[in-house]
Design a protein around this ligand. Structure first.
Ligand code: PLP
Length: 390
């Protein structure tokens, strides 16, 4: 294969779409396990999993077999009809869910999962104010965007966004002062992802739940990025705190588009027909992929593996003690390396060395690898980062 193949696809991709994304000038055409290949046949170690999607890596045989089987059986089935695979997936998902979450609404993406959570909170409380966190990211549809903090995403739509107040993540007092009798929901990521991989101070999530409930508001955890990735099924389980609503997406079907909004029986009981719905949500293809993903994670022990290798990854990164690194943060396979300067050149230098990672903000290199990563592959990644830092 020639270099022209990669650059030809990269150029056509730019020509055919509006300029919404910071492009990486790479055409990825195939994946297997923790590796991806570009159109010219160059192999990359994948430490980004498509922004946290491929927890079981690429083309995992069990997920592939489930997709193939379902594709020859039934692809779509509107929610006004029941479906065997959808029910099996829901039973599995809810059996793993944090305590008290008994029902789920299925959709097709992360922002839809948040959008549904907010609408359900509005209906269940009869209120409209949302309290979210600075540095928080919850998606780009108009409801989810109201909760997202970054001004560069919000400002073009300021006039149409719902009422949301952004408080400092981790500051219990500020949260208590802000949540009031008009508040429908407090929306938090149990570890902030896009905002730079920030863990909550111990006890913060529990206090957030108490504060929300004392005001008659609901607590929404956005586990779209943290779900299945931090060494437990859900990151809130590290703190033993269950929300009223839990938004999931990314890793849930290992690459087939899916969103899920889990809720308590109380919230479910406040909803009625017409409040929300979607044509493709809960389709059997995504349900089959989701069921295979959850069953494989459990049967093959990938959560425990990711906790162990993630701890090793953190230790190796901290051990670098490079003068350009300000701080290393993370849990499981969700790790950020905050630099003292801009991270983009370092990301590019890693890509040139065959290692793909992500940014989180302008200063942080973010690693969201498949959970299958080995310690040897961690060593390769850390060496590539050290070289890229110079
Ligand atoms: C925490 C969090 N919430 C919501 C979203 C939005 O998900 P999607 O891009 O699937 O709409 C993301 C995506 O990165 C996310 O990380």
């Amino acid at each position: 294969m020639s270099q022209a193949l990669n650059s030809g696809i990269v150029q056509a991709d730019k020509d055919l779409q509006p300029p919404l994304y910071a492009k990486r000038d790479l055409a990825l055409v195939r994946g297997e396990g923790v590796y991806l290949w570009d159109a010219d046949g160059t192999r990359y170690l994948d430490l980004m999993s498509n922004y946290g999607v491929n927890v079981l890596g690429h083309a995992h045989p069990r997920v592939t077999a489930a997709i193939q089987h379902q594709a020859t059986t039934l692809l779509n089935c509107h929610q006004s009809f029941a479906n065997d695979v959808r029910v099996a997936f829901l039973q599995k998902l809810l059996s793993l869910a944090p305590a008290g979450l008994t029902h789920a609404f299925l959709s097709n993406s992360g922002t839809e999962a948040i959008e549904a959570a907010l609408k359900f909170a509005y209906v269940a409380t009869g209120r409209t104010k949302v309290v979210a966190a600075k540095r928080g990211y919850h998606g780009r549809t108009l409801g989810a965007l109201a909760a997202t903090a970054d001004k560069k995403y919000r400002d073009p739509f300021a006039g149409v966004l719902a009422a949301a107040t952004h408080v400092t993540y981790g500051d219990v007092e500020e949260l208590a002062e802000t949540v009031d009798a008009a508040t429908a929901a407090v929306v938090l990521e149990p570890i902030q992802g896009e905002g730079g991989i920030h863990l909550p101070p111990p006890g913060y999530l529990a206090r957030a739940r108490d504060i929300a409930h004392a005001a008659g508001a609901l607590l929404i955890f956005d586990e779209i990025q943290t779900g299945l990735r931090t060494g437990t099924w859900f990151a809130c389980q590290h703190e033993g705190v269950s929300p009223d609503l839990l938004a999931l997406s990314k890793g849930l079907a290992n690459g087939v588009p899916i969103g899920a909004t889990l809720m308590t029986a109380e919230v479910a009981g406040a909803l009625e027909g017409g409040v929300h719905g979607t044509t493709f949500g809960g389709n059997p293809l995504a349900a089959a992929a989701g069921l295979a993903t959850l069953e494989t994670l459990e049967a093959e022990g990938w959560l425990a593996h990711s906790a162990e290798v993630g701890a090793y990854f953190l230790a190796q990164l901290r051990g670098l003690a490079h003068p350009k690194i300000r701080e290393v943060r993370g849990r499981g396979m969700m790790i950020g390396v905050e630099l003292k300067g801009r991270a983009t050149p370092v990301l590019r230098a890693m890509q040139e060395r065959g290692v793909l990672a992500l940014l989180a903000g302008s200063l942080t290199i973010r690693f969201l690898p498949p959970l299958l990563l080995t310690k040897e592959q961690v060593d390769t990644a850390v060496a590539a980062l050290a070289e890229a830092l110079g």
